[in-house]
Design a protein around this ligand. Sequence first.
Ligand SMILES: Cc1cc2nc3c(=O)[nH]c(=O)nc-3n(C[C@H](O)[C@H](O)[C@H](O)COP(=O)(O)O)c2cc1C
Length: 214
Amino acid sequence: MIEPAKRSFDFEALPFDACYRLMTATIVPRPIAWITTISSDGVVNAAPYSFFNMMGSAPPVVAIGAMARAGQPKDTAANIRDTGGFVVNLVPERLKNQMNITCVDAPADIDELQLAGLTSAPSTRIAAPRIAEAPVAFECQRLQMVETGPSQFVIIGRVIMAHIAEEWIEGDDRPRVDTPGLGLIGRMHGSDMYARTSDLFSMPRQTWPLPGKD
Ligand SMILES: Cc1cc2nc3c(=O)[nH]c(=O)nc-3n(C[C@H](O)[C@H](O)[C@H](O)COP(=O)(O)O)c2cc1C
């Protein structure tokens, strides 16, 4: 195979904003954690984070990347550091505008759920509320926060409760989720591009030995 011409970038020499642009333009699509937290003063906070994924299942673990803002931790990171719990709500296309409002750089004492016209619902095991309108919510407990740069954190959390809209779930013993029905969106490149999770194809998983390779 002849490697196509490539341009190489030295990430140790490049300014951080250029690294950010190259990474967010290529690491796509990214699922969006719409995170609700509560401060030690009881102020509810909501914000979208697309540096997010599932990181394990036994026990169930998620991780989130929170960059610094003006040299300080973002409110989400500060609240998780101070109070330990957070909720990962997932974002369907019908709630995209509300999600976008919660991304605004509001002062720490502003309840971003109220600002976006969303309803908070009590969580079962943690103090931070869920977003009632979101079809999926995972209640999480902080396991570790790794400071990967000044005031920049990877937040690792254990999922202790899940809430999934009845509408999209069936079966009792082995519940099955209608994933396409959820209509979740993901983050793409640039500051404003998103993806729907509806352009699907199927590829059955292979088993050893591979056909024609023995
Ligand atoms: C779709 C989307 C995804 C985002 N993902 C991240 C992310 O992964 N990490 C991050 O630090 N900021 C991310 N942001 C920006 C934060 O949402 C924004 O800085 C917000 O004001 C943080 O709020 P907080 O201070 O209440 O936590 C994202 C914004 C949008 C719209």
